[in-house]
Design a protein around this ligand. Sequence first.
Ligand code: SF4
Length: 449
Amino acid sequence: MREKCGIFATTSENAPKKAYYALISLQHRGQESAGISIWRHRIRTVAGRGLVSEVFRNGELAKLKSNLAIAHVRYSTSGSLTETQPLETSCCGKRIAVAHNGTLTNFLPLRREYENREIKFHHSVDSELLGLSFLWHLKEKGDEFEAMGEVFRGVKGAYSVAFLFDGKILVARDPIGFRPLSYGVGDGHYFASEDSALRLFVDESEGGRIRDVKPGEVFLLDGESVESRILAEERHHGCVFEYIYFARPDSTIDGVNVYSARVRMGRELAEESPAEGDVVIAVPDSGRAAALGFSQVSGIPYAEGLIKNRYIGRTFITPGQFYRELKVRLKLSPVREVVSRKRVVLVDDSIVRGTTMRRIVAMLRRAGAREVHVRIASPPIRHPCYMGVDIPTRHELIAAFGSVKKVEGSIGADSLAYLSVDGLKRAVGREDLCMACLTGEYPEWAFRF
Ligand code: SF4
């Protein structure tokens, strides 16, 4: 499973440089492309495919000078792979740059509607619709907040978004608040998908302030002035997978620290589904905090039983079974001294297709583990996501049709247990979460159109 994107926006000194460092901090949210748009009499965008450091390696940053910037890292779930963001588009005599995190559920019918009004689309990605819709309504209403209110009424789905136009920045979070978005104020104004990226520039011990952007909240930054308004009734259903897997552990989303939530998931899991074991190990990195929580409650010692190679990058381009296996072995390797002759409790955040988990269980057995008990710190993933997360089709999801026992057999574990939906809610400490890929209950408003 992969998150679609990360966004950043700022009005502050050296805005492009700050955007660059913020994108590096958000790199985990998208590695396919990166880009920065600035305002200097007009919009100027530098974007390309690859990691942030690859896109800006030839001194492009030095040429960008502005106090206004929006930025984006992308993992594509719609549109062509070559489409980077921020994307530039135009309508009604105005140009706009768009940085968007999420997916629009009514993109196709709405696109047809706009095309019937003879509005021209220049890209295939749904993010363009947000920019065009905003410019269209801005021409009609003549006011940015009113225009964004119309966007909220028309566009359904998940969108945390930043626009750059006319020397202004507008930042908004959709009324359901699917994707996270934080606001920080210090020597300037800053917005980022995760507050960990804001902490690079905003020091709360020196009077800076950081908070979540509320669902349905819109900020307009125009010169020195900043104004925010809540334009839609809040129906909060933040994506639970931000807590389970996507977000950095040092981020706090809607008031809940991600690391602490993951430790609590492990604790709940140990209460619900204890295991007889000699050692608790994690699938690094995202299973680590939950494994720690499992160890705390079970009393079984925690150890680093799998080591992750962080430098594997895009090494493997050769297809085929042999290289796929080699990739897994190069990426993760067991510490024999930790697992050999032990009953291992292996904790991970989730199982998607089951192929990686099957390989890890086999790897641990080859390294001498006597038993492997798999504990998953989230409920089984059984349904697709329409809100901007890349989940394989249902028939590829190992838990979609089979029982837990069947999955257990398929991955070759001695036992398998998942965290319950209630356990997950208790761990995060919020009821108002989107859990549609786990429960099949989709937030109704996201689709009403
Ligand atoms: S369906 Fe799952 S992945 Fe998608 S927004 Fe909801 S919780 Fe997140």
